[in-house]
Design a protein around this ligand. Structure first.
Ligand SMILES: Cc1ncc(COP(=O)(O)O)c(C=O)c1O
Length: 372
């Protein structure tokens, strides 16, 4: 145990199923010699994920970033898209790769998701879509955002890369918006080493997405659109099938760890965290804390460095803001002072280690360092 406590504690660690179970899938792949291109495991995973997540159509991808890029292509999005600066950089990069101008809008002070009250004033004649992110897996204000999108005839693409089976009033969050994009990267609650998906709601859109991720092939000799190669392979899909078998237990453990953190970090002056959103089934993908330097007596970076000195590697998700990176900082919507909530939160955030195998002793060690 002591040995384990001396090891670095990283912000996350992937859940891996028993190796023998994965070996069985590998044996099958070796036997059939079918490695990719809509193989048997790929088809089964699409079906099983639809059932598990309560969605109609899913298209599997090699990663979430290519799924985002393809989602924008699938809906022919152009011009300007309203989005959040408080996300992983791939959200905005997907717009840039499609020659779309990101227009940043500030976030809410409680969920840290795109603030619906601030969307309308950012709409221009060039706006074609809104791309919010369910940050940390907490649902956006989906009903309010839908009303705005409908009123202005805008498409709505959710970056749902932090979510897995999140439900709001029992409704899968993935069923909101025109499309939702997921990531199955190794750091996510549910992973396929690398991977991703687009959730769509009608067969024609699913077909277009599937063409786009396979070079635009409609059939053996017909290419109907300049597509890309973003297919998920059979090894990824088999990991996905195995993860599905264990995911309920993984999410339950993450929930218990979250509850433990909340109890232990309660009443520390200057340290806050997010509570569960009412009527929501969460996936507990991150445990973010926020450091108010005046009340806590230390800055976020001081605490971050102190944790590091003790072999604990939290991550400052999301710091800096996407709007502060060189590619985007020249945009008018990115100017300092325009997004006061995001600018404040990005200076206060640390995501603490959270994964299903995190030990109680390790949590105690982390909390001991945070407690003044
Ligand atoms: C919010 C968000 N969007 C997009 C991505 C990109 O996904 P991927 O790493 O699978 O390309 C990630 C995660 O990595 C993410 O956290």
């Amino acid at each position: 145990m002591v040995q384990k406590l001396d090891k670095p504690i990283l912000v996350t660690q992937p859940f891996l199923p028993p190796l023998e179970e994965f070996q069985e899938y590998l044996n099958n792949i070796w036997e059939t010699k079918w490695l990719t291109n809509n193989g048997n495991f790929h088809q089964t995973l699409e079906k099983d994920l639809c059932d598990y997540l309560g969605v109609k159509y899913i298209s599997l991808f090699s990663n979430g970033t290519l799924a985002l890029v393809t989602a924008l292509q699938a809906l022919h999005i152009t011009g300007e898209v309203i989005t959040t600066p408080y996300s992983f950089v791939a959200t905005t990069h997907a717009l840039w790769w499609n020659n779309i101008k990101p227009v940043f809008v500030d976030i809410e002070p409680y969920t840290f998701n795109l603030d619906p009250e601030k969307i309308e004033s950012a709409i221009t004649p060039k706006t074609t879509a809104i791309m919010p992110v369910h940050v940390y897996g907490n649902p956006c204000e989906v009903e309010k955002i839908k009303l705005i999108a409908d009123r202005y005839g805008l498409k709505l693409i959710y970056d749902a890369c932090h979510t897995f089976d999140v439900r709001l009033n029992k409704i899968p969050i993935l069923n909101y918006g025109d499309l939702s994009v997921m990531s199955f990267h190794a750091t996510k609650v549910y992973h396929t080493f690398e991977g991703g998906a687009i959730i769509s709601h009608d067969a024609a859109t699913k077909k277009r997405i599937d063409n786009l991720k396979n070079f635009g092939f409609e059939n053996e000799i017909t290419v109907i659109t300049p597509g890309i190669n973003a297919k998920m392979n059979e090894i990824q899909a088999s990991m996905g099938l195995l993860q599905l078998k264990y995911i309920d237990g993984v999410i339950e453990k993450r929930k218990q760890i979250t509850i433990m953190y909340r109890n232990l970090l309660k009443n520390i002056n200057g340290i806050t965290y997010i509570e569960d959103v009412p009527n929501t089934k969460h996936c507990y993908s991150y445990f973010p804390i926020f450091v108010d330097k005046d009340k806590y007596g230390k800055t976020r970076d001081q605490l971050y460095e102190e944790l590091k000195k003790n072999n604990i590697y939290g991550r400052r998700y999301f710091y800096p803001l996407i709007s502060q990176f060189p590619t985007y900082c020249g945009l008018e919507s990115a100017q300092r002072g325009k997004m006061p909530i995001a600018e404040k939160i990005t200076e206060e955030i640390i995501c603490l280690p959270l994964y299903s195998d995190l030990l109680h002793e390790q949590i105690d060690k982390i909390v001991r360092i945070i407690k003044p």
